[in-house]
Design a protein around this ligand. Sequence first.
Ligand SMILES: *Cc1c(COP(=O)(O)O)cnc(C)c1O
Length: 412
Amino acid sequence: MPMSKDYHQRLMPKLKDIALEFGTPFHIYDEIGIREVCRQFKTISDKIPFKQYFAVKALPNPYILEILFDEGMGFDCASIPEIELASLVGAHGHDIFFTSNNTRQDEFEAAFRAAAIVNLDDACFLDTIYPFPELACFRMAAGSLDQKCTFMGATENSKFGVPYSELVETFLRAKSLGANRFGFHAMLCSNQRSAEMVLNTAELVVNHALQIAKSADINFEFVNIGGCIGIPYRPEEDSFNFPVFANGLAELHNRYFDDNTRIYTECGRYVTGPHGVLVTTVNNIMSKFRTFIGIDAGMSALMRPAIYPDAYHHITLPFVNRTPIIADIVGSLCENNDKFAIARSISEPQHGDLMLIHDTGAHGAAMGFNYNGRLRPKELMLRQDGSVMLIREAETTRHYFSTIPHIDMFPH
Ligand SMILES: *Cc1c(COP(=O)(O)O)cnc(C)c1O
């Protein structure tokens, strides 16, 4: 969806100067917009025992994490580097929720060193983690549920979590290994823009948690309903009704729990997704079987359109208003799926125009890669005071070669 009116108003008067100073391409994030999302989550913790853990994979930049931590969010981490990022901004202990899968022992050790809440993805870890944590939290598999939960695709193929039918035994074994505190986790939907659907899913998770708790004779300190909240990528899509969600979640909590049980979320996309844009420059306009608009960024800066067939990103030319044409918007990789849009109607671009790709604040820079020697772009942040800060340099060949040993030994 086009960036918010507010972000548009903040960014546009400065954008040409920013592009001149820093050079395109770059992702630029809106500090004010991100802080506003944090305050939405605060309306829930004002009502009930609740914490939101930012899914670090969405935007793993410490300058962004610092803001989120300052606003009271914790971090959902899945790897040692993500734990280190969270630690870098001061998160420790229950500010970190470690949800990984196919986890290695050294990853568990790093999570325990950070005193994180460790969420276990499989019953095999009952036999392999030593010492077994005092706080046992398991992820419930989506595929095991009676109810049809198809938001995550073919759930019976999913590698994540412990099947519901095995959870009682799993928690009982955890108890016999010395666990005396318990948590429950499930992530059953993704990019869901209906508050009612997210609430229904939350209730489903809570019901399953309560059944397990009863059968295993344990109490859950928290139920983590996962990430879930969606954003509108297309202009015609509605945005998520957060107040309905906040009120509904508080009501759900009060219906099922007392103040000894907390509800957690671990949203990523919703927190930063709409608050980033990828700013590029039109390089080449090519006409053959169709019109191709070549820009100075490619899928190495934003992979979603190339790997998810339905992934739409809104694209605009902010400073021109010409008759629209139909074109593919492409990068420079030697892969034909290196396209930001196919047969898109867009105001006719000219060489040198700035072109914006919207909603790149989550899974944009984060999914970057450097296949084909295409290097990742820089990241900027538009601060609250209107200044612009470089929060990640563009990759250069220096970074590209940095993992090659003894590079100075080569003849040239
Ligand atoms: C990706 C992920 C999230 C975040 O999901 P969003 O859709 O970005 O909110 C949360 N938890 C887990 C376990 C994830 O894999």
